[in-house]
Design a protein around this ligand. Structure first.
Ligand code: ADP
Ligand code: MG
Ligand code: MG
Length: 883
């Protein structure tokens, strides 16, 4: 087996496509060599050796040593040096590199091969003993820390002590002789800690480092990271062994990192930092302040330290040319590492650069304009979920952050306002034109109005799927949840965190992108839905097959969704309209009356209000499809909570409050989610369906007159399990339609369908479709009824299930494709079997989740429907799944 792959000198055994075998770093070093770029020669020990190592009790394949020997010879012949030679010693870096970059893996060891003898040779050759000893002490420090497990702090202490005794400020002030003394102390420390001297034999050093890389694959840190990111342990890591080049050989040497475009804005401009006379990670370690690479960046930052462009113009232009070349070659923004040794540029790493959502968008659109990518490739380059960051105001990166506390980034966007503690206060403030942040220990369904009124929400308890988090995301409101360090005292109207006390009325800013709670009003940037965003969405829409609708019932939500490109309403939950203003009294009258006449009287009061709601929605949606779901929740949800509320209803109905209380109590259910709700209510009380259907039809006529569009309402019957249920409700809808047609003298077009949210409905899809022109998969309830898990009670155990690996993801967030998905698939297939043109959509939370959307595409649904703020995400995800 070939375990070792060479690179350098304009060629390589591997290439970028061998990432699985060579790891990301190794594959790209090979690719850069093949491109003829200046890469110090070296070799990669493959990930297969790592697998072998763990399969064989931490040992190596027999022929590995010989292959490494040969590879070392090869590197030696290119560099005209020999590993371990006492005159012209080859020094090496040993670098780990998995398929995907992985924190937790072994840190790089530089200057390997140095010992008491070779250090002198290196110094004499360079004519610079200080440089040689500086490199040697770095090596002892790194090797001891990473390979031998001696904490680097202990070395730093020795160094600091030396500096303070000799009144030195910077490492660069330390002389060669000083370093010799310090090195002796370093070696003594290692011997004291380990009981054996620091290894002088370069071969021992090398195999120690190789073993350390492989061992680091199984350290807890790496294991945890793999578990969190779904990286299989079988992938293994590669080891890269490479000839050293020195950025610490004086003033004409340097080391740095760069991005080919700005990773935070996406601007097409080389962006990076470097340090003169430095090595390895000095740049990121923050020991000295690095300098800007380009003159442009230096001027922008107002820095007085010269740029690389200025200081080493030839190296700079070579580097710039390499950047352009690599970017064009990989057709993506690159993150690069380089070193300059005595005026000669060397490339040490390239990879696709990490970037913000904003940068991802700009880079994709720019690269398509530059002809580097096709429009379709550009569409695939932006992660749909990342768009969330762009649809909300964000904190100006230049703004000062005075952090009061940090919680979970539960719902993106930033908002600022005065602290209030109750939803009623939030509502009052909003009415008075004041902006507030609702601060609660946790929120409940009773807080919806306060959450609506507030600019943002902060809770001290609850996770990413807590009530506050889920509702806030649905509303598109910034939310920080579970800020455990915040103590909320409702009684005194104060919050305290980290020794600081804030009062009701104090202004704070919540940053839902980072989870930070900031003091005062912080400058923000408003989202731009035009420009690059509009361009990319336009390209996405061209390739998209599925339609994207929204779940909305309020005019405000419907308008936002239209602006985000929704192509209709997939779910209008009529009961949400029942809570508004004085309507609730009429709703309660309806529920609490014991006779049909009483109910009809109450419904008559609701009719004009519902008609008005629907008319407005139809007008906003301008002829686009609107699916309206008839009353769904158990009636008790609308019942009066307090005595005074009960008294109001009693007065409106002209009945005795006590009798009314009895009736209310009789509506109590043990398990309301599986109780008298959905179409079961409509079967018991057909007059409810009649009133709602009438409101819908009359609104369709009305809106048609105003906008001139022909409105085709889609009436959706919830919670159907039996075809007979649907037939019954259907009959009263049809009867109402006929009546309205006669009265209005117009021809109505409409569709009747059902929400598939019970396993029985999916299984009976063929039967039910005979009476349904459309199915909308209500995957929230379908998940509850398939798993037999109540969403409201799941928090107490789903987390444990996830941590024990029983389920990968919360099935209420991302569709369980194996189980719930199977039912959706069955329902769709069976529905089509008896009605080939049946319209199929999904309207659960999953309609806005990219992975679930991909699934919907795979089974050929006609549309997905999601909350307004997720519409762009769904458009992009639907486009990507069509490609
Ligand atoms: P990481 O994966 O943490 O970026 P690297 O293996 O890229 O680790 O090494 C970190 C740094 O070490 C590099 O950016 C570079 O500055 C330095 N380095 C690595 N290999 C060499 C080499 N052959 N010559 C000089 N410096 C090197
Ligand atoms: Mg590192
Ligand atoms: Mg690196």
């Amino acid at each position: 087996t070939k375990w070792v792959f060479n690179f350098g000198d304009g060629k390589a055994d591997g290439a970028a496509d061998k990432r699985n075998l060579l790891g990301g770093k190794g594959a790209n070093l090979a690719e850069m060599s093949n491109l003829g770029l200046p890469v110090p020669p070296g070799f990669t020990i493959t990930t297969e050796v790592c697998t072998w190592y763990y399969d064989h009790d931490n040992s190596y394949p027999d022929d590995l040593r010989a292959q490494v020997e040969a590879a070392l010879e090869h590197v030696g012949s290119i560099t005209e040096r020999r590993f371990g030679d006492e005159k012209a010693p080859l020094l090496l870096s040993v670098r780990s590199g998995a398929r995907v970059s992985m924190p937790g893996m072994m840190d790089t060891v530089l200057n390997l091969g140095l010992n008491d003898v070779t250090v002198k040779a290196i110094g004499e050759e360079a004519g610079d003993m200080r440089f040689a000893y500086d490199s040697y002490r770095r090596f002892i420090q790194m090797y001891s820390d990473v390979v031998l497990g001696v904490d680097h702090h202990e070395f730093e202490e020795i160094l600091e002590e030396h500096k303070s005794l000799n009144d030195l400020m910077l490492d660069t002030e330390i002389t060669a002789d000083d370093w010799v003394g310090i090195i002796e102390k370093f070696k003594a420390l290692v011997e004291k800690e380990l009981g054996t001297p620091f290894p002088q034999d370069p071969q021992v050093q090398l195999w120690g480092a190789i073993g350390a890389v492989f061992s680091s694959w199984m350290v807890p840190r790496a294991k945890t990271y793999r578990r969190l990111h779904d990286i299989p342990a079988t992938w293994g890591t590669a080891v890269n062994v490479q000839a050293m080049v020195f950025g610490n050989m004086g003033e004409t040497s340097a080391t740095g990192v760069a991005f080919t475009r700005n990773p935070s804005t996406g601007e097409k401009a080389l962006y990076g930092e470097f340090l003169v006379n430095a090595q390895g990670e000095d740049v990121v370690a923050g020991i000295r302040t690095p300098q800007d690479i380009t003159e442009k960046a230096r001027l922008e930052a107002g820095s007085t330290k010269p740029s690389l462009e200025n200081l080493m113009p030839e190296c700079f232009s070579e580097f710039q040319a390499i950047c352009d070349r690599l970017e064009a070659h990989y057709r993506d923004m690159q993150d690069l590492e380089f070193t300059i040794e005595k005026g000669k540029l060397w490339m040490l790493q390239t990879r696709a650069g990490k970037r913000t959502a904003k940068a991802a968008l700009k880079i994709a659109v720019d690269m398509a304009a530059e002809g580097l990518l096709t429009e379709e490739e550009a569409v695939l380059r932006v992660e749909p979920a990342a768009l969330d960051q762009l649809l909300h105001p964000t904190i100006d990166p230049k703004a000062k952050r005075d952090i009061v506390a940090t919680g979970l980034p539960a719902s993106p966007g930033a908002a600022c306002g005065a602290i209030v503690f109750t939803s009623d206060e939030a509502e009052e403030a909003k009415a008075a034109g004041r902006k507030v942040i609702l601060v609660r220990v946790e929120t409940s369904p009773e807080d919806i109005h306060g959450m609506h009124a507030a600019e943002g929400i902060l809770t001290s308890r609850g996770g990413m799927t807590s009530h506050a988090a889920v509702v806030a995301r649905g509303m598109g409101k910034p939310c920080v949840s579970g800020a455990g360090m915040v103590r909320i005292d409702y009684r005194t109207g104060t919050i305290s965190a980290g020794g600081r006390v804030l009062n009701k009325g104090d202004v704070i800013t919540v940053d839902g992108a980072t989870g930070q709670v900031l003091f005062g009003k912080v400058d923000m940037l408003q989202p731009a839905l035009s420009g690059d965003f509009g361009t990319l969405m336009g390209w996405a829409d061209k390739v998209r097959r599925m339609k994207v609708r929204t779940n909305a019932e309020t005019p405000a939500d419907a308008k936002v969704a239209r602006e985000f490109g929704a192509e209709g309403i997939g779910l209008c939950r009529t009961e949400h309209m029942f809570f508004e203003g004085e309507r609730i009294v009429a709703v309660r009258e309806m529920i609490l009356s014991e006779t049909e006449d009483g109910r009809r009287a109450a419904l008559a009061k609701l009719l004009p209000m519902q008609r008005q709601d629907f008319t407005t929605l139809f007008e906003i949606m301008k002829g686009l499809p609107v699916t309206i779901r008839l009353l769904d929740p158990p009636l008790h949800e609308f019942l009066p909570h307090s005595d005074s509320e009960l008294a109001d209803v009693a007065k409106a109905m002209g009945v005795d409050p006590d009798k009314l209380r009895e009736r209310a109590l009789s509506l109590h259910e043990f398990n309301p989610m599986l109780g008298h709700r959905g179409c079961r209510l409509l079967v018991s009380y057909p007059e409810i369906a009649e009133m709602q259907a009438r409101a819908i039809f009359e609104a369709a006529v009305e809106a048609g007159k105003v906008t001139g569009d022909h409105v085709v309402p889609e009436i959706m019957v919830p919670l159907v399990g039996l075809k007979g249920e649907l037939d019954l409700v259907r009959a009263s809808i049809e009867k109402t339609a006929e009546a309205v047609q006669k009265e209005a003298g117009v021809e109505l077009t409409y569709q009747i369908g059902t929400m598939v949210e019970l396993p029985r409905a999916a299984l009976q899809g063929a039967e039910i479709a005979k009476s349904a022109e459309f199915f909308s998969f209500g995957t929230n309830d379908l998940t509850q009824t398939t798993f037999g898990i109540s969403r409201d009670d799941a928090a107490s155990f789903l987390g444990t299930y996830q941590s024990k690996g029983l389920i990968e993801q919360d099935p209420f967030v991302s569709l369980d494709q194996d189980g719930v998905g199977e039912l959706v698939k069955i329902g769709a297939e069976r529905g089509r079997s008896t009605r080939s043109d049946i319209k199929l959509g999904i309207c659960g939370e999953h309609g806005g989740d990219p992975a679930s959307i991909q699934f919907c595409e795979s089974i050929g649904l006609d549309y997905v429907s999601c909350s307004p703020f997720r519409v762009p995400i769904a458009r992009l995800a639907a486009a990507q799944s069509a490609l």
